[in-house]
Write a protein that binds this ligand. Structure first.
Ligand SMILES: [Zn+2]
Length: 419
């Protein structure tokens, strides 16, 4: 098959997607190994073999569960090496075992009731993006598991783009690297990545939501742990002596901002303080929080507020101590990506060439790309079409996945054109 613009893509992305989602790849935050679950390698082996079948001879799955492959250049120009990256694991929040996908062909609008567990309904009210899907083919589960479009849509899109580029050597592009990672959902997706072996200059994760979106901003993130040492005494003889660590922890939680600065009261570019764990007894208690903002100053402000709440509460407990420890987690990738404005410019142009309206946006969370960017591989995030992920009403449309494939192909061409 050969093609010239406008291409006949003859997409294979849906077939790829349906093959990948039936392989259970749920990651496990409690596991210390990498990958956290051995079953992620079941999919890794399939992907590596499919890449070799395409003719990408260096494709392989390594011992940590990462898949690497190279699409050789078809251009003599010196083109930066770009990488496309997706993650193989699915969220620990919802079962990914025995996924039974169904396709709602030629969607006519309205809520979609899932066939096996009919209490699971994909409602237009919760999914305004459905309004842009009229006439599309929508893939859902049967209502008993998640779908895993996050991020198997990305895997399928990269695989289909690789197939297309290999089949059309007349399309000019530089060396393209493919990277599939394990354990993104548990925040460990790039722990064991070998960037020297990968050898890419720039990368894109294909892990965004709505068609047309490119995201070059993530939260900056810290963890905060407050360790409280109270004063224990026999409850029958505690008057004037006992300082209860659990009550101190509760007092700190009670003083956290309620109408602002919490996940349930913020959106857009606002950050928050968010308690995620509490444990303890009379003598000692631990309170864990996460701190999120888009700027370092915003993080520092929230951490100062937390410290002032702790100090204030502790004035009532003179014989107890509370120490606040901040642990950096990840940083807004914009700090890195802004140094290479062509990355997002080219992505915007590729999305346009694929026939979509590009939208630049930010992510209220982190991606593999935020950490890769700070490890030296700048990495914005491009839409994959996945919606309502981490739950049983997850869905993706065939047509959005096809647009993502086209975006990848055009992006590879644009890097070559501009080199
Ligand atoms: Zn994802």
């Amino acid at each position: 098959m050969t093609a010239t613009p406008p291409f006949d893509f003859a997409h294979d992305v849906t077939a790829c997607f349906l093959r990948y989602v039936v392989i259970d790849t749920q990651s496990d935050p409690a596991s210390p190994t990498c990958p956290s679950t051995e079953k992620q390698k079941d999919l890794g082996r399939v992907l590596a073999q499919e890449l070799r079948d395409l003719g990408l001879r260096d494709a392989h799955l390594d011992e940590h569960g990462y898949v690497y492959a190279t699409i050789p250049a078809t251009s003599d120009k010196k083109v930066p090496v770009i990488c496309f990256c997706s993650h193989m694991d699915t969220s620990p929040d919802c079962s990914g075992k025995n996924v039974k996908p169904q396709i709602v062909k030629n969607y006519r609008g309205g809520d979609i009731v899932l066939p096996v567990d009919t209490t699971q309904v994909i409602r237009v009210a919760d999914n305004p993006a459905l309004k842009d899907q009229i006439g599309h083919d929508i893939i859902t589960t049967d209502g008993t598991t998640l779908l895993g479009a996050d991020n198997k849509a990305g895997l399928a899109e990269i695989m289909d783009a690789a197939r297309f580029l290999v089949a059309n050597p007349q399309i000019r592009h530089g060396t393209i690297k493919i990277l599939f990672t394990p354990d993104e959902e548990i925040g460990r997706g790039v722990d064991k990545v070998d960037l020297t072996k990968l050898g890419a200059d720039f990368a894109y994760t294909m892990d965004g939501e709505t068609a047309g979106y490119v995201e070059d901003e993530t939260f900056s993130a810290d963890g905060a742990v407050i360790t409280i040492e109270g004063v224990s005494a026999h409850p029958g003889f505690a008057k004037g002596k006992m300082e209860h660590a659990i009550k101190i922890a509760a007092a700190i939680v009670e003083r956290l901002p309620k109408d602002t600065c919490s996940p349930e009261t913020t959106d857009g570019k606002q950050g928050f303080l968010h308690p995620i764990g509490i444990s303890g007894a009379l003598e000692k208690a631990t309170l864990s929080l996460i701190v999120r903002d888009f700027t370092d100053d915003g993080l520092a402000e929230k951490e100062a507020l937390l410290q002032s709440i702790v100090d204030d509460v502790m004035t009532a407990y003179p014989h107890s101590t509370a120490t606040l420890e901040i642990k950096p987690q990840y940083r807004n990738m914009k700090q890195v990506i802004d140094r290479y404005p062509q990355m997002v410019e080219y992505a915007v142009e590729a999305i346009q060439r694929a026939g979509l309206k590009p939208v630049r946006s930010s992510i209220r969370g982190g991606t593999d790309g935020s950490r890769l960017s700070f490890m030296g591989l700048p990495c914005p995030n491009i839409f994959a079409g996945e919606h309502a992920f981490h739950g049983r009403t997850e869905w993706v449309s065939v047509q959005d996945m096809e647009k993502a494939v086209q975006t990848i192909v055009h992006l590879a061409m644009i890097w070559e054109e501009r080199a």
